[in-house]
Design a protein. Structure first.
Length: 238
C-alpha cells in the first residue's frame, strides 16, 4: 500500500534515501515544534524543545530500523519499540500531584507520547496518517478544551479546593451547601496546609436542585460561596 501523499510526491518519497531522510526529519521537527509551542504558551514544563527532541528521536529510530531491515524479508523494529517505551516511562514520571490533590501534567505527558508515535509514523513514511493524526491531536489540545470547560462548568458534579479560616466553620459550610440544593459526596482534609493556620479541604459536590441545574454554572456557585465571611479561599479543581 502506497501512502497517498507519498504517491503525489513521487516514487522517491516511498524509498529510503537521503532525500526522504531529510524530508521526514524536517517534517518531524516542524510538526513537533508547533505542538510544543502550543504547550509552552500554556506554561507547561514540556515545551517546544522537549517535543522536538522526542519526535526527532522516534523518527530517527524508525529510520534506523528501516535501514537495518532493508533487504531482509523479516525482522523486528527494536529501536522503534524501545524509543516508545522510553518515552512512556518519561511521561509517566512527569505526572505530578499538586498540594491541592490535583493531577498536573497529564495532558502534556500524553501529548508527548502521541508526538513520539507521530515521529514513528513520519519515519516510516506514512505522511497521510501523520498529518491526519497531527491535526486531530492539535485540535484536541487547542480547540476541544474550550468545549470541555463549557460542558464541565454545567455538569452536576464538581470538586472544589476550600480554605476555611477555622475548622469550626466546616459545619457552617456543609449547612450552606445543603440549603443551596447541593450535597457533599466526599470531604478530604489536605495535610499540606497543616501548619498554615487554615483548615483546607478537597470537597466533591453534587447539584441536586433542579433550579441550580438549569440556571447556575459552577463558576456562579463558587462565586456565591466566595462571599461567605468564613471562607478564606475557594476554587474549582480541574
Amino acid at each position: 500500500m502506497i501512502d497517498p501523499i507519498a504517491s503525489l510526491l513521487g516514487e522517491w518519497a516511498v524509498q529510503l534515501n537521503i532525500y526522504t531522510v531529510i524530508l521526514r526529519i524536517v517534517t518531524s521537527l516542524l510538526l513537533s515544534a508547533i505542538l510544543g509551542y502550543e504547550r509552552s504558551t500554556k506554561r507547561h514544563a514540556a515545551g517546544l524543545r522537549t517535543f522536538m527532541v522526542v519526535s526527532l528521536a522516534t523518527t530517527a529510530s524508525m529510520l534506523l530500523d528501516l535501514y537495518l531491515l532493508n533487504g531482509r524479508e523479516s525482522g523486528m523494529y527494536l529501536l522503534s519499540a524501545a524509543s516508545v517505551v522510553s518515552v512512556s516511562i518519561i511521561t509517566v514520571n512527569s505526572i505530578l500531584y499538586s498540594s491541592r490533590n490535583q493531577i498536573k501534567g497529564l495532558t502534556t505527558s500524553v501529548a508527548l507520547w502521541a508526538s513520539a508515535v507521530l515521529g514513528l509514523c513520519i519515519g516510516a513514511g506514512f505522511y497521510t496518517v501523520t498529518l491526519a493524526s497531527y491535526f486531530a491531536l492539535l485540535c484536541s489540545l487547542s480547540i476541544f478544551p474550550r468545549m470541555e470547560r463549557y460542558f464541565k462548568n454545567r455538569s452536576n458534579h464538581f470538586e472544589v479546593h476550600l480554605e476555611l479560616k477555622n475548622i469550626a466553620y466546616l459545619q457552617n459550610f456543609v449547612t450552606t451547601i445543603r440549603e443551596l440544593g447541593m450535597k457533599i459526596d466526599d470531604i478530604e482534609c489536605n495535610s499540606a496546609y497543616q501548619h498554615s493556620g487554615l483548615s483546607v479541604y478537597s470537597i466533591a459536590i453534587s447539584i441536586s436542585s433542579q433550579e441550580l441545574k438549569k440556571y447556575k454554572t459552577h463558576s456562579q456557585i463558587i462565586e456565591a460561596l466566595r462571599s461567605l465571611d468564613y471562607i478564606y479561599h475557594i476554587e474549582e479543581m480541574n
